[in-house]
Design a protein around this ligand. Structure first.
Ligand SMILES: [Fe+2]
Length: 387
């Protein structure tokens, strides 16, 4: 218990939600120590539970109270504005050839984001009508308008969902500030600040953050500086997911493919290898080949990977429930070998002293002030929370 006149210790509540595997962590704001961390699935009994982690929040708040902590702020591992700016804007540029019209569309979105309203085209709600009316004013063909509606709606609603965390938190924890941080930066901070190293190279490889898929950081004296970044759709994580689906599994089952790989031989690795290359600046690039297509759009206007007919001839997709054959284990082994070789190449480049010094050219360097801005990083001794 803390006496009323005693100054309570402060903590930051970190949230990961809506992507997959929602989780909450309570971090001491004075030294960055993780007091408690829990995955929502442990409380809800729902595997890979991605919903808003109300159970984890409740547990962390209870613990904070018991240990005399005052929660200073809530940190969220995703920046909706950056998601719209980097990912959606890129897609708008693909739809609209005129840069003036493209800017008009982007401005329309910027003006709307603070309103935090979902666009529901089928229900023809107010935001949907506003969007459709706006698009009618643009001098573009109908196909482009349809594509814009598809893309804007999907990306927009995803961003709004994140921004609404603020309202939800406000409902339960009145007046607590909510801060949003770059997704890859939170990965890097959690790795670096818990590593015990003073200087390190930090590499983040995942499916996708706001737009980032692979990032490298130079870290020293408590500072993280991003020195390389790869953006969607060049994602090894999504490629692995796509291969997982080809084997009849779904998102979250990647570990099964990894397990299967131990029972196969990488006989398809050579055929798959041409699909991806690692550039000398440690960025990743997927390339369309006879086996892979990149630009086929999914139902929501999102770029997806697609294996070609030729790859299906090499290895037909396994349907869920079908028996496993040796070729499936061989495919898993091939994907695993390819992924590991990509990771190793990126790691080798990112850790190379020569490359690290070369990477300080302006093209690669994007100064990021203080990266002590995640759940762990935000709670550094000097309390800096800039990002
Ligand atoms: Fe991630």
């Amino acid at each position: 218990m803390v006496a009323a006149d005693e100054h309570p210790r402060t903590a930051v509540l970190w949230l990961g939600a809506f992507g997959h595997d929602a989780a909450v962590a309570l971090v001491d704001a004075s030294d960055g120590r993780v007091i408690h961390a829990i995955a929502e699935e442990r409380l809800s009994n729902r595997k890979h539970d991605w919903h808003f982690p109300i159970g984890g929040i409740h547990e962390c708040c209870k613990l904070a109270r018991q240990q005399g902590y005052k929660i200073r702020s809530v940190a969220v591992n995703f920046r909706a504005e950056e998601f719209v700016e980097k990912s959606l804007h890129h897609l708008i540029d693909q739809c609209v050839s005129s840069s003036a019209i493209g800017s008009e569309v982007k401005q329309f979105l910027y003006n709307g984001l603070p309103q935090l309203e979902y666009v529901d085209i089928e229900a023809r709600n107010q935001p949907a009508l506003r969007l459709q009316q706006f698009l009618q004013t643009l001098v573009i063909d109908d196909a482009s308008k349809r594509m814009l509606i598809k893309r804007i709606t999907w990306y927009w609603n995803w961003a709004v969902k994140y921004r609404q965390i603020e309202q939800t938190i406000d409902r339960y924890m009145d007046g607590i500030p909510v801060e949003y941080f770059n997704h890859h930066q939170t990965h890097a901070a959690s790795a670096y600040y818990n590593s015990g190293f003073d200087s390190a190279t930090v590499l983040v490889i995942d499916g996708q953050g706001e737009a980032d898929t692979v990032t490298a950081y130079s870290a020293s004296d408590g500072e993280l500086e991003r020195v390389s970044e790869t953006r969607w759709p060049h994602s090894v994580g999504i490629f692995y997911l796509f291969a997982t689906q080809h084997l009849g599994f779904t998102m979250g089952d990647e570990y099964k493919v990894m397990g299967m790989s131990a029972y196969g031989r990488p006989v398809y690795e050579e055929a798959l290898r041409g699909m991806v290359t690692v550039n000398s600046d440690a960025t990743l690039q997927f390339i369309e080949t006879d086996y892979l297509r990149l630009n086929d759009l999914g139902p929501h206007g999102h770029v997806v990977f697609q294996f070609t007919e030729k790859l299906h001839q090499l290895l037909p997709a396994r349907q869920p429930g079908e028996p496993f054959e040796q070729q499936h284990f061989n495919f898993a082994a091939s994907i695993q070998a390819l992924t590991e070789s990509i990771d190793l190449k990126i790691e080798t480049l990112a850790c190379s002293p020569k490359w690290m010094s070369l990477s300080s050219v302006p093209r690669l360097r994007r100064p990021m002030k203080r990266s002590r801005s995640t759940s762990v990083g935000a709670a550094r001794p000097n309390g800096s929370t800039t990002n």
